[in-house]
Design a protein around this ligand. Structure first.
Ligand code: AMP
Ligand code: MN
Ligand code: MN
Length: 325
């Protein structure tokens, strides 16, 4: 079945032979992170296991329709002091992506690392890493099948959500024939495909649109027209009333300009830290750019949190991109 059958078998054993799990994903979770957390939760429920799902912060509001999304503990709001020996990390390219959730790992914790980032450094005690997968939920779809569990509409909706968001609506090059076959199968379970596209890809909130307008007002482009970038600071967030999830998608605007090879979004976190989102038209491997700054991701979509002032970070990231053009 799978070429990496051994990893799937190990993951299965990890889940069936243990109990009392902690399921975590990356900070500022996207659709794949939330959906993967919930799909693992669903899988553990099927096995009759005890588990807790946590994230460092809140899950995006527009994903509250997902089954048991309200059960993901938001560590920024809830004190959760227990520690766990059996941990499942999903969609986290490296250990520090788990953020403050890692404070709940016991010192002797065993980690099952399930992910699709090519930059994943294999930090788990067990690693189920499939870089060809379009999303972590694709791996979970395979794992659920591998374990002969019968899916239902709830878990199908989560998996579809992760696929839809990580492939940009089944448009990115990661949209393989297999992804489409899985999506087709999920629709048969009653997933509302058009409804999810409308909610997750089409609808915008007014603050989100205002934030986009402000960001685009400051759009910059390199002399050769191959790199374009925007930046967002705290004032932009406050004045527009935008929240973190409203940043999603802004980076595609500079990247979509004809002739641009790399689009960048610089989000000022504080005086001395900036989150950079990188998108490539295909020529430049932005994962390698992100890695030089301690981040990671995929060839065409990557990110990093970088220490320093906005000005210095903008020029050093652009310098790194230029070297690869
Ligand atoms: P984003 O720009 O946040 O949408 O992220 C694009 C891709 O890069 C996603 O696959 C992220 O999981 C990954 N990524 C973003 N930030 C980091 C980081 N600091 N370290 C590793 N991977 C990241
Ligand atoms: Mn993710
Ligand atoms: Mn992902």
């Amino acid at each position: 079945m799978q070429t990496n059958e051994r990893e799937f078998r190990q993951a299965q054993q990890f889940l069936t032979e243990r109990d009392h799990f902690l399921v975590v994903s990356h900070v500022q979770p996207d659709g794949d992170a939330v959906s993967s957390t919930l799909a693992v939760g669903w899988l553990l429920s099927c096995l009759g296991k005890n588990y807790v799902m946590v994230n460092e912060g809140p899950i995006p509001k527009r994903m509250e329709y997902l089954w048991k999304s309200d059960k993901i503990v938001d560590l920024s709001k809830t004190l959760h002091a227990e520690s766990y020996k059996h941990v499942i990390c999903v969609d986290c390219a490296d250990f520090k992506r788990t953020g403050k959730s890692s404070l709940l790992f016991s010192e002797d914790a065993e980690i099952l690392n399930i992910d699709h980032h090519p930059t994943n450094d294999g930090y788990g005690s067990y690693n189920l890493i499939v870089p060809d997968a379009a999303a972590t939920v694709e791996i979970l779809f395979d794992l659920i099948r591998f374990m002969n569990l019968e899916m239902n509409q709830n878990v199908a909706t989560a998996i579809y959500t992760g696929l839809l968001t990580d492939t940009g609506g089944f448009r990115y090059s990661s949209t393989s024939p297999k992804v489409m076959a899985i999506a087709s199968k999920l629709l048969e379970y009653g997933v509302d495909g058009p409804g999810l596209s409308e909610l997750l890809l089409e609808q915008v909130t007014l603050p989100q649109l205002k934030l986009l307008t402000r960001a685009l007002n400051g759009l910059q482009i390199s002399e050769d027209g191959k790199i374009s970038w925007v930046s967002v600071n705290d004032d932009d967030m406050k004045i527009t009333g935008a929240i973190h999830e409203d940043l999603e998608g802004i980076v595609n605007y500079p990247r979509n300009i004809q002739g641009v090879e790399v689009g960048l979004l610089f989000k000022v976190i504080n005086e001395n830290a900036v989150k950079v989102s990188m998108r490539s038209a295909g020529k430049v491997d932005v994962a390698s750019v992100a890695q030089t700054f301690g981040g990671g991701g995929h060839v065409r979509a990557a990110g990093a949190r970088i220490e320093g002032s906005l000005e210095t970070i903008v020029s050093s990231v652009i310098e790194q991109v230029k070297q690869r053009l």
